[in-house]
Design a protein around this ligand. Structure first.
Ligand code: AMP
Ligand code: MG
Length: 321
C-alpha cells in the first residue's frame, strides 16, 4: 500500500478496495458512529490474529463482530426474545449484544477468546454499513487504537496510534457518538451490563426490564467480562477526575459552568451528548508534555454520563508497568 492511499475519503472506489482488502485478510480502519474500528474478516483466524497483533491486545479480550442486518446476526448467535427486542429497537446503533454463539457459526475461534459467546452489533454509520455489505463477511472491529489507550474518533487519531500497521484508513470525519457501544450480556438468565456506552442504560431497561450492573471495582477479575481492564482509555499524562478547578501545571477539561481556568470545555451548555462526542478528541488534545496532568470537571452520572464517567475512571486508574 502506498502512502497515497493510506487515508482515503469513502468514495465508491475506496469502499470496493477496502472490501477487497478485508477479503484478503488485511486490516482496514473505518468510521463508525461510536469510534473508528480496526476491521478484519471475522471468519479468518489469520485476519483476526492480525487485529490482536496490531493493537497489542491481550488474547483474553474478545472482539465485537459487526454485521449489516439482524438476519446476519441470527446466523452467528442465538437470539432470545430480549435480544430480538433490543436489536429491533436499537440497531443500527451503539449497542452490542453478547449472545450464545451458534455451533458452526462462520467465525474465527479467536473472536470469542475461548468463551461460548459472541458480541454482535450493527453500526449506524453509512460508510461502515456499506463496507460490511460489500465485504460479505462479518467484520471484527475493535477500536482502532493500541490496547489500553484513548479510542480514535477521527481518522487522524488512527494514523497516530496504528500508523503503518493497517492497510487502509477510511476517513469518514468525526464520529457522531464518540463513545464505544454499550455492551449487554444476554447469554445468561439475567441481563448484565458489561460496559456502559452510547445507549444509556435507562433506555435499555425500558425495553427489557432490570439489567444487572456490576461493581466496577471488582469486575476486572470476572471472567465473563475480560475486556474490562481497569486501566484503559489512558492518555500519556495522568488524569484527575471530579476536579472543581485545575492545580498549577494541569490542563483543565471543563464541563458546563465548571469552566473556571478551563483549557477546553466538553460542553459549555452541559450537554452530555456533546460531551461524549468531544471526550476522546479533547483528552488527546490535552495530552501534551507541558501539562503535569489532565484534570476533568465533575460529570453528571445519568444517561450518557454513566459511560463518560466510566471512561474517565479508567483513564485515571493506576497504570500497569
Ligand atoms: P472494543 O475492543 O473497544 O471493541 O471493546 C469490545 C468490548 O466488548 C470489550 O470490553 C470486550 O471484552 C467485550 N466483548 C467482546 N466480546 C465479548 C464476549 N463474547 N463476552 C463478553 N464481552 C465481550
Ligand atoms: Mg477499545
Amino acid at each position: 500500500m502506498t502512502a497515497r492511499h493510506f487515508i482515503s475519503r469513502p468514495s465508491r472506489q475506496v469502499l470496493r478496495q477496502a472490501a477487497r482488502l478485508l477479503g484478503r485478510g488485511r486490516l482496514v480502519a473505518f468510521p463508525t458512529e461510536t469510534v473508528y474500528g480496526l476491521g478484519a474478516d471475522a471468519a479468518s483466524d489469520r485476519a483476526v490474529a492480525a487485529i490482536y497483533a496490531a493493537k497489542r491486545r491481550p488474547w483474553h479480550n474478545p472482539l465485537i463482530v459487526h454485521v449489516a442486518s439482524i438476519a446476519a446476526a441470527r446466523r452467528l448467535a442465538r437470539f432470545d426474545s430480549r435480544a430480538e427486542r433490543l436489536a429491533r429497537r436499537f440497531w443500527p446503533g451503539p449497542l452490542t449484544l453478547v449472545l450464545r454463539r451458534r455451533p458452526g457459526a462462520r467465525l474465527s475461534r479467536y473472536i470469542s477468546a475461548g468463551l461460548g459467546t459472541v458480541a454482535l452489533r450493527i453500526p449506524a454509520n453509512p460508510v461502515a454499513l456499506a463496507l460490511i455489505r460489500q465485504s460479505r463477511c462479518p467484520v471484527a472491529a475493535p477500536s482502532a487504537n493500541s490496547s489500553g489507550r484513548v479510542s480514535p474518533t477521527r481518522a487522524q487519531h488512527v494514523r497516530q496510534s496504528l500508523g503503518g500497521r493497517v492497510s487502509l484508513i477510511i476517513d469518514g470525519g468525526a464520529c457522531a457518538v464518540g463513545l464505544e457501544s454499550t455492551v449487554i450480556d444476554l447469554s445468561g438468565k439475567a441481563a448484565r451490563l458489561l460496559r456502559p456506552g452510547g445507549v444509556p442504560l435507562e433506555a435499555l431497561s425500558n425495553v427489557i426490564g432490570p439489567i444487572v450492573v456490576e461493581d466496577p471495582d471488582t469486575d476486572e477479575r470476572r471472567p465473563a467480562s475480560p475486556g474490562r481492564l481497569l486501566s484503559h482509555y489512558a492518555p500519556s499524562r495522568p488524569v484527575r477526575t471530579n476536579a472543581q478547578e485545575p492545580r498549577v501545571g494541569e490542563a483543565y477539561l471543563g464541563f458546563g459552568g465548571c469552566s473556571q481556568g478551563a483549557t477546553l470545555n466538553l460542553s459549555t451548555r452541559a450537554d452530555l451528548e456533546e460531551a461524549a462526542a468531544n471526550l476522546f478528541a479533547m483528552l488527546r488534545a490535552l495530552d501534551r508534555p507541558e501539562f503535569t496532568a489532565i484534570a476533568v470537571a465533575p460529570i453528571p452520572r445519568h444517561g450518557l454520563g454513566r459511560a463518560i464517567n466510566d471512561r474517565l475512571r479508567r483513564a485515571a486508574a493506576p497504570r500497569r508497568p
